[in-house]
Structure formats: C-alpha cells, structure tokens
Design a protein around this ligand. Structure first.
Ligand code: 5GP
Ligand code: MG
Length: 175
C-alpha cells in the first residue's frame, strides 16, 4: 500500500465548502437550481455543500466513464447513468469532485446543453492548476486549486478505496 500525505484537513475543507455555499446562495437567490452531481466521487462534497445551502434546490446524479488518459490526445466519455430529471429551462449546477484534464466536464456541459437548460454552471471541489489555464474550460466555483499527484479521501477513491476518509490526501509517488 502506498503511503498517503495529508493535503487538505477536514476543517479547511469544511470552511471552504461553507464559503462556496454562501456564494451559490447569493448568486441563485430567488431561484431553485438543480445540483447535478457526478458519481461517485462528488457524493461527500455534495452532501456537505447542500447542507449549507438555503435555496429550494433539487438534486440529480449522473455517472460517467472517461477513457481519456494522459497519454492519449483525445479521450472519450460515456454516460453510464442519468440524468432523469427534466432539465429544460432549469438552472443546473454541475457538482464535481475534481477537474483534472477537464475532459469529462466539457463533455457533460455539451451533453446537457442539448436539453436546453436556462443556465449551466460548474462547481468543483478541486481543480488541477493545469486545467485552470485552459480557456475552453470555465469553472464557476472552485474549492481548491491543486498541483499534480493523485488525491484520495472525501469521496475520492483509488481503486474504490479511501472514499470514506474525512480528509484529502496525495498518494505518495504519484506527483
Ligand atoms: P478529467 O480528466 O476528465 O477532468 O477527470 C475525470 C475524473 O477523473 C474526475 O472527475 C475524477 O473522478 C478522476 N480523477 C482525476 N484526477 C483524480 C485524482 O487525483 N484522484 C481521484 N481519486 N480521481 C481523479
Ligand atoms: Mg469525478
């Protein structure tokens, strides 16, 4: 088992999630957005985020499989589940655990746009600094910008392990 190095403590994550919720509350005042979380990794972030929101929101899930790798120039994304809620005319907020290359979220925005929602915004707990510099990728709410290294905990897994850890760690040797 590879050792883990603490990256973000639960207290720091909690404070940041609360601050993101305050921004969303203010931006969507008087509206009822659909929070569309990407399974599985975003489930802990979503659960914490919605408990700090005071909006009359709805929750929906999608599950994606992405076959993009760092060694391929064009990755492919496949929709494995949902969404079932009609999104036409709705304010959709995509909730992601981490944006790495940005491939999945770009694909998802394209896919959702075909349903003609009123608005689509992206809320990601973690964004790789390399993805932030991509002008084609707009992330409206960012928890933390992080560098290289595979991260686990707070919903994020490595081979289905570590999702239940309350803090976020970098797996040693992956940076
Ligand atoms: P993308 O490259 O399309 O932006 O990232 C797609 C997905 O890969 C993310 O939503 C996440 O599920 C997974 N992923 C990317 N980087 C990491 C990481 O460091 N740790 C974990 N656990 N998953 C990651
Ligand atoms: Mg994900």
């Amino acid at each position: 088992m590879q050792p883990l190095r603490l990256l973000l403590h639960r207290q720091e994550i909690g404070q940041r999630v609360e601050a993101l919720a305050q921004c969303i509350d203010a931006d969507y005042r008087g509206r009822a957005p659909v929070l569309l979380a990407v399974l599985k990794g975003a489930f802990v972030f979503l659960a914490d985020l919605v408990r700090h929101l005071h909006l009359p929101l709805e929750i929906e899930f999608v599950r994606l499989a992405s076959y993009g790798t760092r060694t391929q120039t064009s990755g492919q994304v496949e929709l494995l589940l949902g969404p079932r809620l009609p999104l036409t005319g709705r304010d959709v907020i995509i909730v992601e655990d981490i944006i790495d290359t940005g491939l999945s979220v770009r694909w998802l925005v394209d896919y959702l746009e075909r349903q003609r929602p009123a608005t689509i915004r992206v809320c990601a707990l973690l964004v790789r600094s390399t993805a932030r510099s991509d002008p084609a990728l707009r992330v409206d709410y960012v928890g933390f910008e992080i560098g290289q290294g595979f991260v686990v905990g707070y919903g994020l897994d490595m081979g289905e392990k570590y999702r239940s850890l309350p803090d976020i760690y970098v797996v040693e040797g992956t940076a």
